[in-house]
Write a protein that binds this ligand. Structure first.
Ligand code: CMC
Length: 423
């Protein structure tokens, strides 16, 4: 069978035949039919905006792979920093490479004193940590004027390292500011995830972080590290396409992540469970969702039309965390919601399954994070995904500045009307 597609313009009878590779054809071939012909694809439902070798998803089968490695294997056997190296470089590090990478990240965790004293201290006492995070990332770039030299060999690698190393420090700083707690400096003797939990929650000299909770944090970081062309990554790529520095692009990507339809869904999901309040209210809640009153937060996905593999791993890990912290009382409501939804035709027919955000909030809450920190916890590990795509885009000769066309549906030309003649 020919691996081509033939498109005929019935207005002119002209036709063009284009090869199909891996289920994709170059729609720019339409220009041969008519240079003014546009494809209308709001929200990119059928558009591949780039070629990428970072992450593979098969939404029908519930498959997620980073650089070819199944997420289940990485979740079980790897660490976040090793996965970060894999995403950035395409291959798992050998022992020496991992040692150097870990050392380098560990030794770039500090941030300039002015960031805390002058920048973060300027926020209102109840500022949302995600709003602080987004602005802090953009502000951080101003401390490194060379961050604009994105094509100078080695210069971009330094910014990538800085961002991955410093995001946990910034996140913890935003949290401690909002709690009125003294800032805790990074500890170079700790792992990435242990150091983050320590900077977040340390209250006295005898504070220790339970290794089981460090492991859970690291697992959550692995699961959130990349997810191909989602809304945040698309924002990252669009801004990067103008050759803006990685700090500015990441601030835009974080802003996209902030929304409740994207990374903000974990916050929305926990708020929803609180609102439901009891197992007895689950059936009526589902009924009201079906009647169009809001959505079941943490359910559904643009790509997954099967169980989100990350949700399956998180659901299992939740029990390991609850063994240490005690069960989150919201778990029973979540389990019941899932059970009712997955046996309801509304959700079955629309292929709506739990996504990564359905159970992650329960673990975050059990770990002691306030709800408004949840999206920040998503942004920390997604940093490496965003930067992997930033790097990939800059090296892709097929890319140009992002500039979609539009379908103009406004009024045609008309003459200016003086104010005293307007209705
Ligand atoms: N609850 C109830 N109905 C839903 C839901 C939901 N969570 N999600 C989709 N639907 C319905 C929707 O109303 C529509 O029904 P109909 O065909 O009758 O109009 C149908 O399912 C298709 O929905 P859609 O909005 O066209 O699907 P989409 O691919 O544009 O949206 C989504 C994907 C994730 C934005 C959406 O499922 C949603 O809003 N989910 C809740 C928010 C959420 O959990 N977001 C986290 C996504 S995973 C983490 C991440 O990558 O950010």
């Amino acid at each position: 069978m020919a691996e081509t597609i033939t498109i005929i313009d019935d207005r002119t009878g002209k036709k063009v035949t284009v090869p199909i590779r891996d289920g994709v054809f170059a729609s720019t071939a339409l220009r041969e039919l008519d240079p003014d012909l546009r494809m209308y694809d709001p929200a990119f439902l059928s558009t591949a905006a780039c070629a990428s070798s970072v992450t593979y998803i098969d939404g029908e089968k519930g498959i997620l792979r980073y650089r070819g490695y199944p997420i289940e294997q990485l979740a079980e056997k790897s660490t976040y920093l090793e996965v970060a190296y894999l995403l950035l470089n395409g291959e798992l590090p050998n022992a020496e490479q991992l040692k150097k990478w870990t050392y380098d990240v560990t030794h770039h965790t500090m941030i300039h004193e002015n960031m805390r004293k002058r920048f973060v201290d300027g926020f209102h006492y109840d500022a949302h940590p995600m709003g602080m995070f987004i602005s802090a990332i953009a502000a951080l770039g101003t401390f490194y004027p060379e961050s604009k030299e994105i094509f100078t060999p080695g210069a971009l690698d330094k910014q990538v390292l800085r961002l991955i190393a410093k995001v946990p420090t910034i996140a913890a700083m935003c949290y401690r500011f909002s709690m009125g707690l003294q800032f805790v400096s990074p500890n170079n003797s700790m792992s990435y995830s242990e150091n983050f939990l320590n900077m977040m929650f340390r209250l006295g000299d005898d504070h220790t972080v339970d290794p089981r909770l460090t492991k859970a944090m690291d697992l959550l970081f692995i699961l959130h590290a990349d997810h191909e062309q989602n809304c945040g990554t698309t924002a990252m790529r669009v801004v990067a396409s103008s050759h803006a520095d990685p700090f500015s692009a990441m601030s835009a990507a974080s802003s996209a992540l902030y929304g409740p339809l994207h990374g903000g869904a974990n916050e929305a999901a926990i708020n929803m469970l609180h609102e439901i309040g009891s197992i007895d209210n689950v059936e009526s809640f589902i009924k009201s969702v079906k009647a169009g009153n809001g959505r079941l937060q943490g359910f559904g996905h643009r790509v997954y039309k099967n169980y989100d593999p990350r949700a399956a791993i998180i659901k299992k890990a939740a029990h390991d965390v609850f063994d240490v912290t005690g069960k989150n009382p919201m778990l029973d409501i979540a389990l019941k919601l899932e059970e009712v939804a997955l046996s309801d035709d509304y959700f079955i027919s629309r292929k709506l399954y739990p996504n990564v955000d359905f159970y992650s909030g329960l673990i975050y809450q059990a770990l002691g994070f306030p709800i408004d920190m949840f999206t920040v916890l998503f942004a920390i590990p997604r940093t490496v995904g965003w930067l992997s795509h930033y790097n990939e885009l800059l090296k892709d000769d097929a890319q140009k500045i992002s500039r979609p066309r539009q379908w103009y549906t406004g009024v045609d030309q008309r003459d200016y009307v003086a104010i005293n003649k307007r209705q």
